[in-house]
Design a protein around this ligand. Sequence first.
Ligand code: ASP
Length: 425
Amino acid sequence: MRKLALHWQILLGILAGILFGLLAAKMGWGKIVTDWIKPFGTIFINLLKLIAVPLIITSLIKGVSDLKDIGKLGKMGGRTFALYLITTAFAISIGLIIVNIVQPGYLIEESTRTMMMEKFGDNAAKRIEAAAEAQGRGPLQSLVDIVPDNIFGAATQNGNMLQVIFFVVFFGIGLILIPEEKARPVTAFFDGANDVIMKLIDLIMMSAPYGVFALLAALIVDLPSADLLVALLGYSICVVAGIALLLFAFYPLLVKVFAKKGYLFFLKGIAPAQLLGFSTSSSAATLPVTMERAQDYLGVDEEVASFVLPIGATVNMDGTALYQGVAAVFIAQAFGMQLDLAAQLGIIVTATLASIGSAAVPGAGMVMLVIVLAQAGIPEAGLALIFAVDRPLDMCRTMANVTSDATVSMLVAKSLGKLHAPKGS
Ligand code: ASP
């Protein structure tokens, strides 16, 4: 019998997890799920995160040194950042158009608003506090943060991915500049190590259907009550519709027009990474799989994938930016505020920056949303209004975040003549 494709296996894991979670919630098995099932989901995420830093190091050193020319690196970097900015600004604009047409904030009743502010006020205050730390820093602090003062220090924290990337690119440049016979054994070592890491990803992915089952089951038993979800239905639909447009129209269209690859080819190639993004709510945890799928199934050359994707996982978050745009306008509407065109254009700029600054971990987009709200003069405490549905929306926006990275990697690869026939099928 033919084995079921990986994306179907993961999808089955997700569905089974949701059904089991619902059953468990109904039967009052919440503690059993938390004690005996959730840990397997955590182990699965830990395994993926465990592989992320070694993967960036081994693949990027090889990728950069293979370029053999620093000028090429500059060209690739320029195109990557330009495409990341363009897709993000486009994503927020889609979100703003939808939320202005649907106007979900006006559907929230005064009593619901007060109830949510009371219920989630503390949670919102914590996010606002976390954002204040980011806000209180000087204008160039983000730049300073990219340059680590200790590589081992940087590599021990998954949140410092950009620092690791900085060091590795720097190391790769050194490798290009030394005589080839000296560089050869170093490159050969990282090349071999990279194959080992890719094998480990294959092994980890064998457990993916079970891992996502555990993650989803644990999530569902913790979900807030249905009436809260219904009150936020209009808002949630705006975010999900915007993300669906990105996933099923915008990215496949970009791939079709600029990389000349078909709709199904693209979606089938990237689906396991999308589903994993959905299950883990973390672009960083999904990175190993995004890299593997882009190289083996979308035909992106390793030189390009190893550069574009780790950076994308950290700075390119279209789904997060779209969500921040919709959420800001929704909260403004719920408070009876009118945002004029200038204010909404301001949101495009701040949400682009806030999405770049969001860490690739669950819930990070909400912390940075505080900055978008503050800039637009919208009450930050309004965060309490969207709290109940943040996790499910985080799952959706992470799907868009990883898909955008993969799309840009294909476009950059195509523009450099580095898009090949895929190895897998
Ligand atoms: N969870 C998202 C990611 O990892 C970030 C966010 O929007 O919270 O891509």
